[in-house]
Design a protein around this ligand. Sequence first.
Ligand SMILES: [Zn+2]
Length: 281
Amino acid sequence: MTKPAKLRRDEAGTSSEAGDGSGMGTETTGVSALSASPPWGPRAGTPRDQKPRTLAGQAAERLRQDIIRNRLHPGERLTIEKLMRSYGVGTSPLREALFQVAGDGLVRVEDHKGFIVAPLNFDEMRDVSSLRAYLEMNAIRRSIENGGDDWETSVLTAEHRLTKAETRLEGAVGDELILAEDEWEHRHRDFHYALCSACGSPWLLHFFDALYDQLERYRRHFWRYEERARGAHAQHEQIKEAALARDADRAVELLAEHFREQADLTVTPASPTQSKRNSPR
Ligand SMILES: [Zn+2]
């Protein structure tokens, strides 16, 4: 059976075989090199780590990133003319992009009022988190059953890269911190993706990306990465060890705990000096 291709998005639309941390935020774990795109599934022939081929797809990707990274704020009204100027596209591709991103839940279509950035809500975040946990627990079980040496290597590599990204968060400030946070999210996605990547279901991996986007958005609003990422390190390492030991029950249990804890951390009010932003509107 053909294994699913890696569908990770690269913000810049390009990837490179980075060695050990140069080119922050643009490297892949090598998972994409493991297998070709499957001929079926929601993204057959259009892996997410490739630049979208249509203007609408490119605008959708920019809009998605602007929302996840809070350059567009929760509840903000989206003005067609402004976005057209910003993304350099016409009305039709832009409207198509807005509906695409609305389909992922990041934009809301308001009756007779146009489009707004979806508001944040902790109940929604918990709902997404529990669904993501459910999918990834299923996926890791299947990956442990199906995955070969290449899968093991991809998990090892991704966890190593994530650990390196954690160290770059320490003491980072200003633009350096923004880059380090981007890199951590990038590599965190890669690690969880690697765990799931041998599950054999392009549909599951399709939902993986949409749900990851949602939770990343909440983290970017409410986390202080240098503390929270360090706290997650031990969990990621234990999940990796269980996966490589082919202990599916243990891996599933650890993943469930990981998601519960991450959700709790996101809703836990930080002290004023630690808080990046306020509660969801
Ligand atoms: Zn994680």
